[in-house]
Write a protein that binds this ligand. Structure first.
Ligand SMILES: [Zn+2]
Length: 443
């Protein structure tokens, strides 16, 4: 380490960039291997005849389950890679597990809803003891995360999640405006959601319809989450730079998860105004004295009703912790989020809740799908904002704005931002990649 400290900054930069290029190789190779979808495979225990053998596919070398010495002896594990169109029922049936155990696992999942969002490519593992009793279901959600449902007694399964250490590596994408920003960014290799993020980050500085001219340039750093040498599939924007004539607009992600411009000023308000991706018609406004549409009685309406069709993604309007989820005869399925300080939000009549009590959410986190549950005249979202315990009109209230980078961290932010800007400026195209790893870049 003392040796490295002696290196001059330019040498240091070259060293770092070389290491990044090595990392990009591992990123691409891991991507191609994770894109490989395994067919249905089973891994019978060595020496124990597999009752399912012959019914499904072939064994894949390297996926065999090892015999557990001691109490785990006699255990058999069968595996299935979720395919489009699969349901847990069909998977359980094909792997020889019972519907009653599936119901018990679904019951255990009620607080977590991990099974409600089962994705193709996820590996499902079912373990049976020597008598054929299902003892555990494991879901490999991605390269870093696995969820387990473990039998505790005859009637119940217990949920737990493990997470291995991850790190972020980055790539630079660069492009020139020809036509719309959307089309230009797609050509540069950004995904639709990354384009939406860029627009959101810069929408307070740039009018994307009016301000862009052919030939204007943009550059982004995309972070990819890695577990070992494998991508988990998660990515995020690390930095964006948009050059309009002589003006450069930037946003940099900092360690607090917020985005700031080159001067350390927040580019986003701390709260979203709308709990949806796009605004919806207000079907009933906030009111201290409203005639209730169902009861006909006068009562305060402590939120706004938004005419969201069933299934509309509902987003947390700020960073916070899920304080409460529930199913109320009148409010239907609901979520309360505590945003710290003076702010709370509440979302009612949901169709499906995608978070659990105590979970940390970030601004824009998809927390639910809207619905028509509880006492309701039709599909809509009832949305409340409480400031210091008092319901306030969420569409008119002064919503809090994010602070700038704290003074104590300003130097660090400045260094990071300047480095990212340098990386974005130097990279020419996807074929000229530089990676900015966060850890272990020179080992
Ligand atoms: Zn309402």
């Amino acid at each position: 380490m003392a040796e490295r400290k002696a290196l001059r900054p330019r040498h240091m930069m070259l060293l770092v960039i070389t290491s990044f290029l090595l990392l990009v190789v591992s990123l691409w190779s891991s991507r191609s291997s994770s894109a490989r979808i395994h067919p249905l495979t089973e891994a019978p225990l060595a020496g124990v005849p597999d009752p399912l053998e012959g019914s499904f596919g072939t064994m894949t070398p390297g996926e065999e389950t090892k015999t557990q010495p001691g109490p785990g002896a006699g255990r058999t594990t069968v595996r299935h890679r979720v395919q489009p169109g699969d349901t847990l029922s069909t998977i359980f049936t094909s792997l020889g597990a019972s519907m009653s155990d599936l119901r018990k696992i679904m019951e255990a999942d009620a607080e977590y809803l991990a099974l409600a969002t089962l994705q193709p490519g996820t590996e499902v593992r079912l373990s049976f003891n020597a008598t054929g009793l299902l003892t555990e279901m494991a879901l490999e959600i991605d390269a870093a995360r696995t969820i387990f449902f473990t039998r505790t007694d005859d009637a119940t399964f217990e949920y737990r999640q493990t997470e291995s250490e991850t790190r972020w590596v980055s790539e630079v994408l660069r492009g020139t405006i020809e036509g719309s920003f959307y089309a230009s960014a797609l050509r540069a290799g950004l995904t639709e959601s990354q384009i939406a993020s860029v627009s959101q980050l810069l929408e307070h500085q740039v009018n994307f319809r009016r301000d862009l001219r052919a030939g204007d340039r943009f550059s982004v750093i995309i972070g990819q989450e890695m577990a070992g040498n494998e991508s988990t599939g998660k990515n995020r924007l690390e930095a964006v730079s948009l050059q309009l004539g002589s003006d450069t607009h930037t946003a940099f992600r900092f360690e607090d998860g917020n985005y700031y411009d080159l001067n350390g000023k927040s580019v986003l308000p701390a709260f979203r105004r709308w709990p949806t991706n796009t605004p919806y018609r207000v079907s009933s406004p906030f009111s201290r004295n409203r005639i209730h549409p169902v009861t006909g009685r006068k009562a305060p309406h402590n939120g706004v009703d938004l005419a969201t069709p069933r299934g509309t993604p509902i987003l947390s309007t700020g960073d916070g912790i899920v304080q409460r989820i529930g199913n109320h005869p009148y409010a239907g399925k609901y979520i309360d989020i505590d945003h710290g300080n003076a702010y709370k939000t509440r979302y009612l009549h949901l169709d499906r809740i995608l978070v659990r009590k105590g979970q940390k959410v970030q601004r824009g986190h998809k927390i639910a799908l809207s619905g028509n549950t509880g006492r309701s005249t039709g599909p809509h979202l009832h949305f409340e904002l409480h400031i210091n315990g008092t319901p306030t009109d969420p569409l008119k209230a002064e919503i809090p704005t994010a602070a700038d980078v704290p003074t104590a961290l300003a130097k660090r932010f400045e260094k990071e931002a300047e480095f990212k800007l340098e990386v974005m400026t130097r990279a020419g195209s996807r074929s000229n990649l530089m990676l900015a790893g966060t850890r272990g870049t020179s080992d």
